[in-house]
Write a protein that binds this ligand. Structure first.
Ligand code: CP
Length: 312
């Protein structure tokens, strides 16, 4: 198979075969980060712009490291240090960036659809690093890579996603991707955080958290996104932790070898207890490790690489 996509904008536009191909490629990339010299010449001469208009630790760092490990030149621009603060429009900003001839723009933006819009304005590749509440494709792909690594595949796997679904681009991308790969996705949240019609993405909605996590093979917890909530959508953090937090007694309802996942950053003591987050079943830091390999794979594939070629 040849990977033909120029942009990675969401999971919806990736077929089952394309997702499998990206995951295979990422598995091959992972070993590079375990070498003493963590660098291969694969993308030497390529330029990658990291354009993040929202804060990020994991996504920005791992895209930057991914580019550097493939020998691309990476440059970062943030909203606060750019001429956007002087009133420059998004279109003028990205067309200005493109005039400097980057090969790939990685962008995070607070508005849903921003990355797709930018991809229409520029000729170079665009990778969506999270747009509003819409999509976070590289996060869902690294989550799928972690699940595949631990569980061997997706068919029939019971995945529970719990938390602030309505504001979560990670939840949307994972529901679409995991159900496309054959997993059964069950979600749970307070009624105020479940968007109408979410089932159409390919999931079921559980009535309460205990029902949602019972026998689950994977429990993915989501952060309460206070920064996107106009008014608080639940009475108190204490009550939220009681009804929707993952603690050891709730974890005992899941399959014995269930994986605990979280895209980060964590609200410890709210959606997840420290005992669970740092416990033996947690793969939260493995998700972060896989993020570098997965993003190396995305850079490689949108640059015209193929899975079987030697990346050195
Ligand atoms: N998971 C995630 O997107 O984390 P950051 O906001 O730290 O990039």
């Amino acid at each position: 198979m040849r990977f033909e996509k120029k942009d990675i904008l969401d999971i919806d536009s990736l077929s089952r075969e394309e997702i499998a191909y990206i995951l295979d490629t990422a598995r091959g990339m992972k070993e590079i980060s375990q070498r003493a010299v963590k660098k291969v010449p694969t993308l030497r001469g390529k330029t990658i712009v990291l354009f993040f208009q929202e804060p990020s630790t994991r996504t920005k760092m791992s895209f930057e490291l991914a580019g550097k490990r493939l020998s691309a030149d990476t440059v970062a621009i943030s909203k606060s240090s750019s001429s956007i603060v002087k009133g420059e429009t998004l279109r003028d900003t990205v067309r200005t960036l493109e005039s400097m001839k980057p090969d790939i723009i990685v962008m995070r933006h607070s508005s849903s659809g921003a990355a797709s819009q930018v991809a229409k304005w520029v000729q170079c590749s665009v990778i969506n690093a999270g747009d509003g509440t819409h999509a976070h494709p590289s996060q869902a792909l690294l989550d799928m890579m972690t699940i595949q690594e631990e569980k061997g595949g997706f068919e029939g796997l019971k995945v529970s996603i719990v938390g602030d679904i309505s504001h979560s681009r990670v939840a949307r991308s994972n529901i679409i991707g995991l159900s496309r790969m054959g997993a059964k996705v069950n979600i749970c949240a307070p009624g105020t955080m479940i968007p109408v019609g979410i089932e159409q993405l390919g999931c079921t909605v559980a009535r309460d958290m205990d029902a949602c996590v019972t026998d689950a093979d994977v429990v993915m917890m989501l952060r309460i996104q206070k920064e996107r909530q106009g008014s608080l959508l639940f009475p108190s953090e204490r009550e939220y932790a009681c009804l929707y937090g993952l603690n050891p007694s709730r974890l005992a309802l899941a399959a014995k070898d269930a994986l605990i996942m979280h895209p980060g950053p964590l609200n410890r003591g709210v959606e997840i207890s420290t005992l669970v987050a740092d416990g033996e079943q947690s793969v939260i830091l493995d998700q972060v490790t896989n993020g570098v390999a997965l993003r190396m794979a995305l850079f490689y594939l949108v640059s015209g690489g193929s899975k079987n070629a030697d990346s050195n």
